[in-house]
Design a protein around this ligand. Structure first.
Ligand SMILES: Cc1cc2nc3c(=O)[nH]c(=O)nc-3n(C[C@H](O)[C@H](O)[C@H](O)COP(=O)(O)OP(=O)(O)OC[C@H]3O[C@@H](n4cnc5c(N)ncnc54)[C@H](O)[C@@H]3O)c2cc1C
Ligand code: FES
Length: 275
């Protein structure tokens, strides 16, 4: 029997575990089979009762039929979510959006993420590990205390050939600088057949620019202000694309046509602003 589940209907889930990842980042684990089967880079719309509804990438969980979200404490909505405790309730709908495409012919991908932009790359790492693909990861943080998921990544990738490069802006761990500094260096030494990236848009724009002279295909997961998450309100548009529905993942040919990529974003009212 095929069970049809309406992913647009809010599902109330109990927070089973709260993991402190860094002073400003927490992961909330819950039981939800649909989310546990999300593809890399898909997101949930997360309802924080009486407060806000926010888009959040789906984080992995090692418990069967479980998934998670990883929250960086920022403004009103994310702080309300960050303060949730074990046994509290949240609502979720989704998973939504397209996802990172991993072709069978892929041989040597590089994954680049900063901060909570690493969340979609965790699920992707799990896929690459199962496919026994060699991979390189560049992960960026401001300081050593803010480095996320390094131990879990090492565990996921322990059975395949991996190169994990950590950059910190203050040089307190790994390579001093930002992820693009490490990328510039490694691109001169090694040939990659795909770049997967998620994080701040200006970081992804620099990565896209660096990929061009080497003709490396790229898949970037973009973020925009989202209200409905399902292609109705247009709050998430970038040029004529809807990030929630046409994305969040865009490839190099799509990115080359998005003149607003790395230049224009929109606030809650839809008014454009410049980076
Ligand atoms: C597809 C997607 C996946 C995301 N995944 C994560 C994640 O895994 N972890 C994480 O911590 N954050 C994630 N975010 C960002 C998150 O949704 C919020 O933007 C962020 O937590 C700040 O919210 P706030 O209410 O605290 O910020 P506020 O202080 O209210 O706003 C600060 C800024 O946050 C952004 N923002 C606020 N509300 C939204 C919204 N509804 N949609 C998009 N941007 C918004 C705007 O740029 C705003 O200017 C994701 C966003 C998108 C679009
Ligand atoms: S968030 Fe409403 S159309 Fe994308």
């Amino acid at each position: 029997m095929v069970l049809h589940i309406n992913i647009d209907k809010i599902r109330t889930v109990v927070i089973e575990e709260v993991i402190e990842e860094s002073p400003s980042v927490k992961t909330i684990v819950f039981n939800d089979r649909l989310s546990s089967n999300a593809k890399p880079a898909q997101f949930l719309m997360v309802w924080i009762p009486r407060k806000e509804e926010l888009p959040m990438s789906v984080m992995i969980s090692n418990k069967k039929d479980h998934a998670a979200i990883t929250i960086r404490k920022h403004g009103f909505g994310s702080t309300s979510l960050f303060e949730k405790k074990q046994n509290d309730l949240i609502g979720i709908r989704g998973p939504y959006g397209n996802y990172f495409n991993v072709s069978k012919s892929l041989k040597n991908p590089i994954l680049i993420g900063g901060g909570t932009g690493l969340v979609p790359l965790m699920r992707l790492s799990t896929v690459l590990s199962k496919m026994q693909r060699r991979c390189t990861i560049i992960m960026g943080a401001q300081t050593q205390k803010e480095i996320l998921f390094k131990v879990i990544l090492e565990e996921i990738l322990s059975k395949i050939s991996t190169n994990i490069i950590v950059t910190t802006e203050d040089g307190s761990y790994g390579v001093k600088g930002v992820v693009t500094d490490a990328l510039k260096y490694i691109l001169k030494k090694e040939k990659f057949d795909m770049i997967y990236t998620c994080g701040p848009e200006l970081m992804m724009k620099s990565i896209y620019n660096l990929s061009i002279p080497y003709s490396i295909p790229i898949q970037a997961s973009l973020e925009r202000y989202m209200k409905c998450g399902i292609g109705i309100c247009a709050s998430c548009c970038i040029n004529d694309k809807l990030v929630c529905k046409d994305g969040t993942v865009f490839n190099e040919s799509q990115l080359s046509e998005l003149s607003e990529f790395g230049k224009v974003f929109r606030d809650k009212s839809g008014r454009p602003s410049y980076y």
